[in-house]
Design a protein around this ligand. Structure first.
Ligand SMILES: [Zn+2]
Length: 235
């Protein structure tokens, strides 16, 4: 027997798995680990790898606040049940509410946890990526490559969704991504300072789709006492 340890025992790190087509011929299919590897590399390229390591469930400090304890427990549960719920209609997460409640921290912990389970998650820092997409809008090919990454991601984590001033082209891009994923039942993890009403006010079609997809997994942070940053949470 082979004693060597592979990162991926399924394909023995070749990136391909051979299947028998039933007639004695074999054919190769890309192994899932390729997507995971790409997700990890993207994470590293995004410059967030270090931050991502620091934002785990373990170091999400709740300060004993029931609301934060509950948020952490539910997001953890989402990651544990993900394989069952990913194909359901309600397969997404919204972390909504005030600055400083640790929304980004929980969204990140959730993403890392899913990546570790072998589910590729694409990170989209909202403000930066929208600006980047807008800069490519005149170049159809470059735009479509960039936007497809977010449209087709197995799971898309949009951090600080709708932050900043919104223009009409922002709305169009957001709609393109949300609508495509909605139609293809692809999960989101969303952190946003917008309230649920604020999401609907921004755009009813987009807001209502996201809220529908996240039914059962919407966490709204409310109340001054939740200022997570005050007791040593993330930025
Ligand atoms: Zn593999």
């Amino acid at each position: 027997m082979e004693n060597r340890k592979y990162d991926c025992p399924k394909c023995r790190d070749t990136g391909f798995i051979l299947f028998d087509d039933g007639t004695g011929h074999s054919y190769a299919q890309p192994c899932k680990c390729r997507e995971i590897k790409e997700a990890k590399e993207r994470l590293a390229r995004s410059g967030l790898a270090k931050e991502f390591k620091a934002k785990t469930f373990e170091n999400y400090r709740t300060g004993g606040k029931p609301q934060l304890e509950d948020a952490k427990r539910r997001i953890r549960q989402y990651t544990e049940l993900f394989h069952e719920i990913k194909n359901n209609r309600f397969n997404s997460v919204i972390l909504s509410g005030q600055v400083g409640a640790g929304k980004t921290h929980l969204g990140t912990a959730c993403s890392v946890c899913l990546i570790e389970k072998g589910i590729p998650v694409v990170y989209m820092g909202y403000r930066e990526e929208i600006t980047n997409l807008k800069s490519k809008i005149m170049n159809e090919q470059a735009y479509s490559i960039a936007v497809n990454r977010f449209k087709n991601a197995s799971v898309l984590f949009i951090d600080d969704f709708l932050k900043g001033r919104l223009t009409e082209s922002d709305v169009n891009i957001v709609y393109e991504i949300v609508n495509y994923r909605y139609n293809n039942n692809l999960p989101f993890i969303i952190s946003t300072e917008k309230t649920l009403g604020g999401l609907i006010d921004f755009d009813e079609a987009i807001g209502s789709r996201l809220i529908e997809l996240s039914r059962g997994w919407i966490i709204v942070f409310k109340g001054e006492e939740l200022n997570y940053r005050l007791y040593g949470g993330d930025k």
